[in-house]
Design a protein. Structure first.
Length: 437
């Protein structure tokens, strides 16, 4: 999901309703299908700050107003607030017309009944479903149902590494396996600097990495019928391996257990960490003064071999989707806005600004997205990324397991042992928080 996500979504205590008949867009006072003068738009925080996002989006919204006569009222919502804001809007009716959602939330928000289904008729309004890359469409809602959103930005995790720090440590190139990453990390963790950064208090970052490790251990967090299965051996081993990067291998600084606001990105940009696992980080690093030629980008390591499908998955399908509240009083205007944001020119501008990958096929093939770093991200999305579970309980899963991993990082930072038994106990507690079937 996200962009360059700033923080984990807060604990989700609101039950996902099967229908939200009171949902309405925020345009009721300024627009309607008959006279679509205004739209409200909640954008997610994609850049290094909300102000940067406003600078990116403001000229594009002005362009849309000039083309259509529709004014867009913009609010950039921090990731720490976005999910709960959306869930509140599904029940209160006090929400926007159009909004960004993390793509991993698609099925959960789809289950509320609040979002416009993107059936063939609605897709036709924006140029058709075939315009979008299949991997991006795979994270737009439950299988067999019309998507609850359309892809806006596509991202994948990659390994960013500091070239000078690697050279100084006598390391010839980036690690391809986790054993190599740990070995390199130990060489790099000295003199107040560390091998790898992490966001230990960011539940969503935690779940992304735990999901990838689980795939590499041949495990899933849900059974085929959608039942939570957080304590199977593969998942326990996966979570332990991830937390052990701090607890056992000691290549992540203990202070990273408290990180949840992109601090690991800042540390990497400042040369405090030699490696970073992140989604489409180039724009964030550039905004913090790190020159493109000072770091390299490589696929996220696997257990052995090369990235691919099955146990060699090395990223979740990351990205942002664009959704419409189905009871907006300005449905026509909302459709025009979605068409505008997913048009080839806007896809090139916005994904270029955020160094993400356009999920629109024709925009993705533009030469602007053929840089070496983008090649790694596009190859990952095409060959070795998997969508997080598209189940109704996905958002609760992110919060419950991500928070469990946060607690395990806290234990590691305090110097307490993280054992197989303690990992399993934390995951059992997380599973107990899931809705009963």
């Amino acid at each position: 999901m996200r962009r360059i996500r700033a923080a984990a979504a807060g604990a989700v205590t609101i039950s996902l309703l099967t229908a939200a008949t009171a949902c309405g867009g925020g345009s009721s006072s300024g627009g309607s299908n008959a006279s679509p003068k205004t739209l409200t738009y909640w954008a997610s925080n994609q850049g290094a700050s909300i102000e940067i996002d406003k600078k990116v989006l403001a000229p594009e919204l002005a362009k849309f107003q000039k083309q259509t006569g529709i004014k867009v009222k913009l609010e950039v919502v921090p990731w720490s607030d976005l999910l709960n804001r959306i869930l509140t809007a599904t029940t209160s009716g006090q929400g926007p017309d159009v909004l960004n959602i993390g793509n991993t939330w698609s099925a959960s928000l789809q289950a509320t009944g609040a979002l416009l289904p993107w059936d063939a008729k609605n897709f036709a309004k924006i140029g058709g479903r075939d315009r979008f890359v299949d991997s991006a469409l795979g994270s737009t809602g439950a299988e067999g149902k019309d998507p609850a959103a359309v892809p806006l930005y596509s991202m994948a995790y990659a390994l960013y590494y500091n070239k000078q720090m690697f050279a100084d440590a006598g390391i010839a190139g980036p690690p391809a396996t986790w054993d190599e990453l740990v070995a390199d990390g130990k060489k790099l963790s000295k003199g107040g600097k560390w091998g790898l950064g992490a966001e230990g208090s960011n539940a969503s970052e935690n779940i992304h990495h735990a999901f990838v490790f689980a795939k590499q251990h041949g495990a899933d967090f849900f059974t085929a019928d959608g039942t939570a299965d957080f304590t199977n051996d593969g998942v326990v081993s996966a979570v332990k391996q991830y937390v052990d990067l701090m607890a056992k291998d000691k290549i992540i600084a203990p202070g990273n257990a408290e990180y949840a606001q992109n601090q690991s990105v800042s540390d990497f940009a400042k040369g405090k960490n030699a490696m970073l696992l992140w989604q489409s980080a180039a724009a964030n690093l550039k905004s913090q003064g790190m020159a493109d030629d000072t770091y390299g980008i490589a696929p996220v390591p696997v257990q052995s071999g090369a990235p691919g499908t099955g146990t060699n998955v090395n990223s979740m399908v990351a990205g942002i989707n664009l959704a419409v509240f189905k009871n907006t009083k300005n449905l026509d205007g909302a459709a025009k806005f979605v068409k505008f944001l997913t048009s080839d020119p806007e896809q090139k501008i916005l994904n270029g600004a955020y160094t993400s990958i356009p999920p629109v096929k024709t925009a993705q093939t533009d030469t602007a997205f053929n840089s070496p770093s983008n090649a790694v991200l596009k190859d990952t999305l095409a060959k070795s990324a998997a969508a997080l579970p598209q189940v109704a309980d996905e958002s609760q899963f992110e919060t419950a397991v991500g928070t469990a991993v946060k607690g395990l990082f806290a234990e590691a930072a305090a110097g307490r042992a993280v054992t197989t038994a303690s990992v399993k106990a934390a995951l059992e507690k997380a599973q107990q928080q899931m809705p009963k079937k």
